[in-house]
Design a protein. Structure first.
Length: 331
């Protein structure tokens, strides 16, 4: 919902900024929304001080909506070296700026701020106030974000190594055995999860894809040796196949969820492969295929008595043992 609302706002700005403007019907078709929603969108833009007006064509008596031409001229498509930014694209950049909580305190934040300062030189003064209003439509959640202020150089080397396909030597602190390990990696992609920054790497020694938490990389050194990107590696597919952060053998499970919890399960998709069977009492059966045995177990435990694993038997037994151990601690 959030992305659709912001997307419609930006598309509307582009349509209104066209020399010929736009009609209500055109906006309905382009944005795939109702006429009522279009009028509400125009009211929103007007409340943000965008100079929207309408006129009627003398030819077909069709009412067209525009942004004032002088206003649009003050915010043309900017031409930077081989880079052209439309008005809507510039607004989108400022929206994304509000999402960059992961990079707070790092060199990336400084570089992004420098870029926005340069872009800002092309913006008319009143636009800044409008941008501030847009940014407050949604407040980015940062309470689980990790601190990367001391990892700027490591992030830079990782990014450069990805682009140049250079093998790196890293010293990595492993939570599993509380020790530092040193090994070669082929950095492939950054990705974000639950406020943390992670990186997909290939470990040449084991010929396997691994996930490293950026904050646990203690040292990194880029070598002169290049690597070939693994042709069979699909990061998007890998992320979709797992429930959270663990990418191991597939997990197939059948879980009962109470009527109270079922309401939340229905409104969003928790697993890439899931099937819901409704029960007459309002509860439901959730059948899933995913990856990450421990992640699934923690998720079920987090729901307390509102969730019960029916299959597989091994996962059911592990949860029973966990509950028994927890109960013993509260005696």
């Amino acid at each position: 919902m959030r992305e659709k609302q912001l997307g419609n706002l930006l598309k509307a700005v582009d349509l209104l900024a066209r020399p010929s403007g736009t009609t209500i019907n055109e906006m309905c078709n382009e944005l795939d929304i109702t006429r009522r929603s279009v009028y509400r969108l125009i009211e929103t833009l007007e409340s943000m001080h965008f100079p929207v007006y309408d006129d009627q064509s003398s030819e077909d008596r069709t009412k067209r909506w525009h942004l004032e031409s002088d206003y649009v001229k003050r915010m043309p498509n900017m031409s930077l070296p081989e880079l052209k930014l439309s008005f809507a694209e510039t607004l989108a950049l400022y929206l994304l700026k509000g999402e960059a909580t992961l990079y707070k305190g790092t060199r990336l934040e400084d570089e992004a701020q420098s870029a926005f300062n340069k872009i800002g030189a092309f913006l008319p003064g009143p636009v800044f106030k409008q941008l501030d209003k847009i940014k407050t439509l949604f407040i980015p959640q940062a309470k689980f974000a990790k601190d990367y202020s001391e990892k700027g150089e490591i992030i830079d080397i990782l990014a450069e190594s990805m682009l140049k396909q250079k093998i790196c030597m890293v010293v990595y602190f492993s939570f599993s055995n509380e020790t530092e390990k040193q090994y070669l990696i082929e950095p492939l992609h950054f990705f974000e999860s639950n406020g943390g920054m992670y990186v997909f790497v290939r470990a040449p020694k084991h010929d396997s894809i691994r996930t490293l938490a950026v904050e646990r990389i203690q040292k990194i050194e880029q070598s002169k040796e290049r690597f070939e990107y693994p042709e069979d590696f699909n990061p998007e597919k890998l992320l979709e196949s797992s429930f959270d952060m663990i990418y191991d053998d597939p997990v197939s499970a059948k879980i009962w969820l109470s009527p109270k919890q079922a309401k939340y399960i229905r409104e969003r998709k928790f697993f890439q492969k899931q099937m819901i069977t409704e029960n007459k009492d309002g509860s439901l059966l959730l059948e899933i295929e995913t990856s990450g045995w421990g992640d699934v177990k923690r998720w079920v435990l987090s729901l307390g008595a509102e969730a019960v694993v029916l299959k597989p038997k091994k996962l059911r037994q592990e949860i029973k043992k966990e509950i028994a151990a927890l109960t013993a601690k509260y005696r």
